[in-house]
Write a protein that binds this ligand. Structure first.
Ligand code: SAH
Length: 363
């Protein structure tokens, strides 16, 4: 009976809050498995069983922001602050290129000073040049001016990730300091600028935040749809003891519940937005050793193996219990290949793995 209802909703298209609320509230394992099956079918039909890799280079934890949930927030004095040297980043990118990853993500804390934005442009240009323009580059460096986004684009970046974190203004204000440097409006404007610049734009949310409800998450799905995002990265919120939000931990959903809610979000999104790229977030693996593989089963098609030099990984803890801190690049590559095969998917090497959604949107 419920299965039929799930099936009917998936055919009807998911535009109503009440339908999304219903799907997010599923708790029976068989029903959740059925939702995953439908999402998997959509993925296979629109994207085949191909998984794309994005080598993740976390190149700096220097940050001017004080987001209340994040382990590398400015006021946290514990992490040793670092910025990789140009050559270290190029070496990591070259590893990705030589191992046929197809593309990389350059991620960092947020800075908007000229020294930083100029550095990012140089790095992007140099990576493009040493890889003959063949390595795809996604940036994830937070809020910037319209001009900076254009400069990054001109330098050769073609995708940008900026999670909205939550689409609810009020909840957003509970997760960030209330000042002009942490404004919901600015974040929205940045997403618009990214689109108009010509990037493939990615956004997403954290799932299981303090004060967050199923209604918030249902609204998040509609937000992502209305933004017409090309890529989505969403993952469970994981509390970090050196952040102010840690105080709210007793109000959190249990980790397994956050995990299963994240998986349901991914499956529903895949049914709603059939040809976008959906990342299987590393944070999933912090909760469950097979969290990322489960996300593939629920419709995700992107995995981001870490290429951050080992000695810096432990200083880039957005959340605690981050997995694979002491695995080197080579081990990580072999391990992933096996894991992806295990769920019946296949890594597509040497390809940018652009979101077909972006391609169609621009025809
Ligand atoms: N500074 C950049 C990118 C680094 S943060 C930016 O703000 O976009 C990348 C993502 O990590 C954030 O968007 C957030 O969704 C996620 N993140 C931060 N703290 C987290 C936590 N405690 N648990 C789970 N995800 C977290």
């Amino acid at each position: 009976m419920v299965r039929e209802q799930i099936h009917a909703l998936s055919l009807k298209g998911l535009h109503d809050l009440s339908d999304l609320r219903f799907l997010l509230s599923l708790e029976d394992p068989d029903e959740i498995r059925y939702l995953a099956e439908l999402a998997s079918n959509v993925k296979n039909e629109h994207l085949s069983n191909k998984v794309h890799l994005r080598g993740l280079i976390e190149f700096s934890n220097l940050c001017s922001k004080d987001c209340l949930y994040c382990g590398i927030r400015k006021s946290n004095k514990k992490p040793l602050r670092f910025q990789l040297r140009q050559q270290e980043i190029i070496d990591a990118a070259t590893f990705a290129f030589n191992n046929r990853y197809g593309s990389i993500v350059l991620q960092s804390g947020e800075r908007s000073d000229r020294e930083f934005t100029g550095f990012v442009c140089d790095v992007v240009r140099n990576i493009k040049s040493v890889t003959d323009g063949k390595l795809g580059i996604t940036l994830s460096c937070g809020e910037q001016t319209r001009e900076t986004y254009r400069n990054f684009f001109k330098a050769g970046a073609h995708r940008y990730l900026l999670r909205i974190e939550t689409s609810d203004r009020e909840l957003y204000s509970k997760l960030h300091p209330n000042n002009a440097h942490h404004s919901f409006e600015t974040r929205l404007r940045c997403l618009e600028w990214l689109k108009e610049t010509g990037y493939q734009v990615g956004t997403g949310v954290m799932v299981g935040l303090p004060f967050q409800t199923i209604d918030h998450l249902a609204a998040d799905l509609l937000f992502i749809k209305s933004l017409d995002a090309d890529m989505v990265g969403l993952g469970p919120y994981i509390e970090h003891s050196q952040t102010p939000l840690f105080k709210q931990r007793e109000f959190l959903w249990p980790e397994q519940f956050r995990l299963s809610m994240t998986l349901k979000m991914i499956a529903i999104l895949r049914i709603m937005m059939k040809d976008i790229n959906i990342a299987s977030a590393t944070a999933l693996q912090a909760i469950d050793g097979f969290g990322r593989e489960k996300a593939l089963k629920f419709g995700a098609n992107i995995i981001m193996p870490s290429l951050t030099p080992k000695e810096h990984r432990k200083e880039y803890l957005l959340y605690e219990d981050k997995p694979c801190l002491d695995e080197d690049r080579e081990e990580c590559r072999a391990c992933l290949e096996m894991r992806v095969k295990m769920v019946g998917d296949e890594i597509e090497y040497n390809s940018w793995g652009d979101s077909p959604h972006y391609t169609y949107r621009n025809l």
